[in-house]
Ligand binder design. Structure first.
Ligand code: NAP
Ligand code: GDD
Length: 322
């Protein structure tokens, strides 16, 4: 089996590549041209994957990439994925995160409609939630240009399944984190600063809304769900999350506690990190994924926070030695 991953240099792309290599897949990764290579997350497997240049903004490059790599499965993880940036660059976010999906689907339709397709959809689409917890039938009310773009990506995936009979699945994934998470996302921002504070390299941690609640899981568990969706007899959409919700404040408390510090002495909330419109509460109803895919998360919230703090402590200590 051969898989093509867009966004292979990102958090999820790197875990998915690890997972698929473990299953014996030939893994192709799409990367965009850059003057400096950013292969940090896939350096450990760089000799085992085939990287090809193309861009979600460029239709012809996607068609050529699919002709060239001949994948059985495509995982479309590439996107502008940071919610605050989507207010500053709403048009570009729409181009990558929304229209980029159509470009990949069009390339599949033209080159080989038998290719199975996974779309990285997001719980951010639920936004101002209409029901608690959220499942596959919960209506969307996105609260950011990113969420709006993801809602487009979701519906175009469903539409290509219904219009052209393409095996196209939309995975509606709730927040998932890891030591490979980008440092601007709140979990990694917290754990990397906790490590610096513990080692005397920083004094304060400035955050925004501490009351927001998210359903946080481990990215390594979630990539298995992506793969499972493409192994089913029929293409469908699935909510993937833990079913538990925690506030940013709880994450902060556990992270500081883990290194023996009291967060109240270090954390300050600043207006500049608040968003124009917030998603207050996300929590997944993962009943369908459990029943149909036989999927369930393995890493608990507590384990996730500690895993990330430990990894950042190690990184900071290595930097100190170097
Ligand atoms: P990430 O770490 O930000 O990775 C994003 C990837 O997309 C990177 O490899 C990036 O490449 C690539 N990319 C961006 N623009 C591109 C373009 N124009 N052409 C080609 N590639 C492009 O995101 P992630 O956390 O792994 O998330 C993976 C996907 O799942 C994203 O679509 C995200 O929106 C979605 N999602 C994530 C979560 C979550 O909690 N992590 C939850 C739900 C959905 P560069 O390295 O070149 O920047
Ligand atoms: N980034 C950030 N930085 N967020 C903060 C901060 C801060 O300093 N302080 C509080 N927060 C709050 C945000 O307001 C938000 O409510 C919550 O922490 C989580 O923010 P992020 O970690 O940036 O993630 P997100 O929920 O906006 O988006 C992530 O999850 C989505 C799935 O629901 C991203 O991975 C998206 O790509 C993904 O689709």
């Amino acid at each position: 089996m051969r898989a093509l991953i867009t966004g292979i240099t990102g958090q999820d792309g790197s875990y998915l590549a690890d997972f698929l290599l473990g299953k014996g897949y030939e893994v192709y990764g799409m990367v965009r041209r850059s003057s400096t290579e950013s292969f940090e997350r896939i350096n450990h497997i760089i000799d085992k994957v085939t990287l090809k240049q193309a861009d979600l903004l460029d239709q012809l490059s996607l068609i050529e990439l699919i002709k060239d790599s001949k994948p059985d499965e495509i995982y479309n993880l590439g996107a502008q994925s940071f919610v605050p940036t989507s207010w500053n660059q709403p048009v570009l976010t729409g181009e990558f995160t929304a229209l980029g999906v159509t470009r990949v689907l069009e390339a599949i339709r033209l080159v080989n409609p038998k290719i199975k397709f996974y779309q990285a959809s997001s719980s951010e689409m639920f936004g101002k939630v209409r029901a608690v917890p959220q499942n596959e039938s919960t209506p969307f009310h996105p609260r950011s240009p990113y969420g709006v773009a993801k809602a487009y990506g979701h519906f175009i995936t469903v539409n290509y399944r219904e219009s052209y009979d393409i095996f196209a699945c939309s995975g509606i994934l709730f927040n998932h984190e890891s030591p490979r998470r980008g440092k601007e996302f709140v979990t990694r921002k917290i754990t990397s600063e906790v490590a610096k504070i513990k080692l005397g390299k920083a004094k304060k941690l400035y955050l925004g809304n501490l009351e927001a609640k998210r359903d946080w899981g481990f990215a390594g568990d979630y990539v298995e769900a992506m793969w499972l969706m493409l192994q089913q007899a029929q293409a469908d959409d699935f909510v993937i999350g833990t079913g538990e919700t925690h506030s940013v404040k709880e994450f902060v408390e556990i992270a500081f506690d883990h290194v023996g510090l009291d967060y109240k002495k270090y954390v300050e909330s600043k207006k500049e990190f608040f968003r124009p419109a917030e998603v207050d509460l996300l929590v997944a109803d993962n009943t369908k994924a459990k029943k149909v895919l036989g999927w369930q998360p393995k890493v608990s919230f507590d384990e996730l926070v500690k895993m990330m703090v430990d990894a950042d402590l190690k990184l900071q200590e290595m930097a100190r030695v170097a």
